[in-house]
Design a protein around this ligand. Structure first.
Ligand SMILES: NC(=O)c1ccc[n+]([C@@H]2O[C@H](COP(=O)([O-])OP(=O)(O)OC[C@H]3O[C@@H](n4cnc5c(N)ncnc54)[C@H](OP(=O)(O)O)[C@@H]3O)[C@@H](O)[C@H]2O)c1
Length: 393
């Protein structure tokens, strides 16, 4: 059963299960199936960095503070964004202090949750930089590995047989196999066939690796825009933020095309090949020196030639800023609506961005809170004296 084609009608109770893979998906599946199966064997090809999720209930005091003091809630939300953005250093630079912190968090959790299991520590500790592949965030993966009915198999899989799995020097029979083996990620838009201008197929445009202008628009594809295209995935923050930026940016392009159509004219926009080339050279220069490129790990972020086709090279805020403006000079503009719509000074439109990061520092907030409290206290005191003087009179 592949993780994406789950058969919920299959009863796993008491079954002997083999699970291939130990990525983010496997880390979520294992703790659940281990509770009902008679046994689960995890087939791990390479270990992952696993850090604590620290999932816990939000207590009544925190809820009350968030409910009655909205600025604290806003600040708390902004701090989450700030923290996720600071995570960028960890996934991009294996020698950064943050990457060191990830190593320590992982090893600390592993030793605490698998006490004394030195053989497992060795098998579960990666030798590549944190961030080279997706970091697993889980409180219950190692405890699941520690269960009596779970075992970790690190010998190479040789073949799947009618009844189970052959590894180097061994075989095991199973009732069920779980394939948490991931997805086809570097063939963007597979299996949709797209033919561009002059009959040029997308497969030819993307020969050697998918690339796009800002992850949204593609050479020789007029009036084509996509969300979550090449080099817009992240290892450190939420993809939703990237998609929001793309949506705003593409709406800027679409609005120009629609304006032309409203006046019964046509407008075709294609990103300039030299602009796409320069853009991709710039991001690849960063990516090729990042943890994603660490040759000691394979991941779904890169293609078979090691070109990182999936991940963005910077922070989310950098991406949001870049896409906050549509510059029509980046496009080949054709059609009889071109001059009417794009003429004059309207070569750029500002589409803005969603601002999630902190705008006010904690110190400013604390000083403001003290100021407000002092003001309120002062007013209360004045009112009390006034009332006393009224009573005296
Ligand atoms: N937000 C969430 O909570 C969440 C949860 C799950 C998934 N996701 C997203 O989905 C992405 C994909 O996760 P995923 O776990 O489904 O896939 P994945 O990260 O690509 O992991 C696939 C796993 O299968 C192993 N594998 C693949 N082919 C194999 C083979 N032929 N023999 C042995 N092992 C093999 C891989 O080993 P190697 O590591 O050695 O290649 C890896 O452990 C994640 O990175 C994440 O972005 C998100």
């Amino acid at each position: 059963m592949h993780s994406a084609r789950w058969d919920w009608s299959y009863d796993m109770k008491g079954k002997k299960i083999g699970m291939i893979g130990n990525g983010a998906t496997a880390a979520q599946i294992l703790p659940e199936i281990a509770k009902v199966a008679s046994s689960v064997t995890v087939y791990q090809r390479s270990p992952n960095w696993v850090i604590p999720r620290e999932d816990k209930a939000v207590g009544p005091l925190k809820r009350a503070v968030f409910r009655y003091l909205p600025p604290i809630r806003w600040k708390s939300r902004a701090l989450m964004m700030d923290f996720r953005e600071s995570f960028y250093d960890a996934v991009i630079d294996g020698q950064s202090p943050f990457a060191g912190m990830i190593r320590e968090m992982c090893i600390g959790q592993m030793h605490a949750q698998l006490p004394g299991k030195e053989d497992l520590w060795q098998k579960l500790t990666p030798d590549y930089n944190p961030g080279c592949k997706r970091i697993i965030i889980s409180d219950d993966y190692y405890p699941a590995i520690a269960r009596d009915n779970v075992s970790l198999e690190t010998r190479k899989i040789e073949r799947i047989t009618e009844s189970g799995i052959d590894v180097e020097g061994g075989h095991e029979d199973y009732d069920m196999l779980v394939l948490a083996t991931g997805f086809r990620t570097v063939e963007f838009m597979h299996p949709i066939k797209i033919i561009g201008a002059n009959g040029r197929p997308l497969s030819e445009i993307w020969d050697g690796g998918a690339r796009a202008y800002q992850g949204t628009c593609v050479e020789d594809l007029p009036n084509f825009g996509m969300l979550y295209g090449p080099n817009t995935n992240l290892g450190h923050n939420s993809i939703i933020l990237m998609i929001e930026s793309q949506s705003r940016y593409l709406n800027g392009l679409i609005s120009a095309v629609l304006a032309a159509r409203r006046s019964s004219r046509s407008l075709s926009l294609k990103p300039k090949p030299d602009v796409i080339k320069a853009y991709n050279e710039r991001i690849q220069a960063v990516l090729q020196n990042s943890s994603f490129a660490d040759p000691k790990c394979n991941s779904w972020y890169k293609n078979k030639d090691g070109i990182i086709t999936n991940n963005w090279s910077g922070t989310v805020v950098e991406y949001q800023q870049q896409l906050s403006e549509v510059d029509f000079d980046d496009y080949i503009i054709e059609g009889d609506g071109a001059n009417a719509v794009m003429g004059g000074s309207k070569r750029k439109i500002n589409v803005g961005r969603v601002v999630e990061e902190s705008q006010v520092s904690l110190t400013t907030m604390a000083v403001t809170a003290v100021g407000v409290a002092a003001l309120a206290g002062g007013m209360l005191l004045r009112n009390t004296r006034f009332m006393e003087s009224v009573r005296v009179r």
